[in-house]
Ligand binder design. Structure first.
Ligand code: SIN
Ligand code: CO
Length: 380
């Protein structure tokens, strides 16, 4: 999927993380990439995260999947909406929706959630912590967008949903197939299906919270700390008041903590690993039997292409002459031809090349065996 016209520089300048934007059908040609039935099928599968929100009079109720097929036959005429997370992991045409948004780096991209609603269906007025592009796939949806919210914004008391009380919209749009609404973090929004057969694709982003980062990075460093790495004061001299914790002692204590977290190179390695971990592990591409480099070499020489597992995250960090490649939590140091290969793999798409060198072949084989790359089923 590609945009025919979209001014990325203007968008980044005026809207990204700043204010919402309605983008009227920017696609070369819009085609809804997924049938509603296929979405319902996914919501019945174990390991796929799905939710159903039903309206009962004025009240919204949440059910979590997987659902029995019959659940969809027993829905009432009242409004409802089905939401399925990470559909890009299962449907290549949905994964293709991410491509035009790669002006934002891959490590910031989360997944594509897909919703299907009948007339009046929606998740209610809420705000998210993340940027989102809401692509109208099928049917129409009215979006009301409101002011910026925060932890002080009053919410409706509800066990499962964080709905905004007294939602007052500042903008009101009707989206038709192919239209996109960009909503930055914190902005209130409420999408209501206008008519049946309303499908919306949410290309969502991630931004780690300071608390999450601090907690996870600290835990990682703590793991490697020795029991005898302790406060020491061989230079101790008698202090005027034994009850005081002196500034010198505090500087030393504080310094111990800061120094242990300050290692920038170790942080880079850790963050590459942490960010490339998969959220879901259901898309297992590991071959039944581990492949050998010779087999991989023959397959490539025969012209078979390697594909990336859409559930695995690829990223690299420049390191001297080479790169550190992170795939599904595993870090590998790559130099020369292998660094080039790592960059190519991170660029996405399929990879083919008849004669990779020995190191490149070892890397490709390792990635196949960990289930991050694979040949087409029918090629094997
Ligand atoms: C929806 O697709 O109905 C909800 C998407 C969102 O508000 O984030
Ligand atoms: Co939202």
């Amino acid at each position: 999927m590609q945009f025919a016209q979209f001014d990325v520089a203007a968008f980044l300048n005026a809207n990204w993380q700043k204010r919402p934007l309605l983008i009227r059908n920017p696609w070369k040609e819009w085609a809804n990439p997924l049938e509603p039935d296929e979405l319902a099928g996914l919501a019945c599968e174990e390991g796929v995260e799905s939710r159903l929100i039903t309206h009962n009079g004025g009240t919204l109720a949440l059910e979590r999947g997987p659902f029995a097929e019959e659940r969809f036959d027993t829905l009432s005429k009242e409004p409802w909406t089905l939401l399925v997370q990470a559909v890009d992991h299962y449907v290549p045409d949905v994964a293709a929706l991410i491509e035009p948004f790669r002006f934002v780096p891959d490590w910031r991209i989360d997944d594509v959630m897909v919703s299907y609603a009948n007339d009046g269906g929606g998740v209610g007025p809420h705000f998210d912590q993340y940027d989102v592009f809401l692509i109208q796939g099928l049917g129409c949806r009215r979006w009301r967008v409101g002011p910026v919210c925060d932890a002080q914004t009053p919410l409706v008391p509800h066990d499962d949903l964080r709905l905004i009380e007294d939602f007052e919209a500042t903008d009101d749009f009707v989206l038709e197939p192919g239209d996109i609404l960009y909503v930055p973090p914190g902005f209130a929004h409420d999408g209501v299906a206008l008519g049946d057969d309303c499908m919306t694709y949410s290309v969502g982003f991630r931004a780690p919270s300071r608390a999450e980062l601090a907690e996870a990075w600290t835990a990682h460093q703590v793991d490697a700390m020795a029991e005898d790495d302790r406060y020491a004061d061989p230079d101790l001299s008698r202090q005027p008041h034994p009850g005081e914790i002196t500034a010198e002692a505090l500087d030393r204590l504080h310094g111990m903590v800061l120094a242990s977290l300050a290692d920038r190179d170790a942080f880079a390695r850790w963050f590459g690993h942490y960010n490339s971990l998969s959220k879901y592990s259901e898309t297992d591409w590991r071959p039944e039997e581990q492949m050998e480099t010779e087999e991989v070499s023959v397959m490539l020489a025969e012209g078979h292409a390697l594909h990336r597992n859409p559930a695995h995250r690829f990223a690299f960090i420049a390191a001297g002459e080479g790169v550190l490649l992170f795939v599904d939590g595993v870090c590998r140091e790559c130099r020369g031809e292998t660094a080039e290969l790592a960059r190519d793999l991170c660029a996405g798409g399929e990879w083919s090349g008849a004669t990779p060198g020995e190191d490149a072949l070892v890397l490709l084989t390792a990635l196949i065996n960990q289930g991050s790359l694979g040949f087409e089923e029918e090629d094997l």
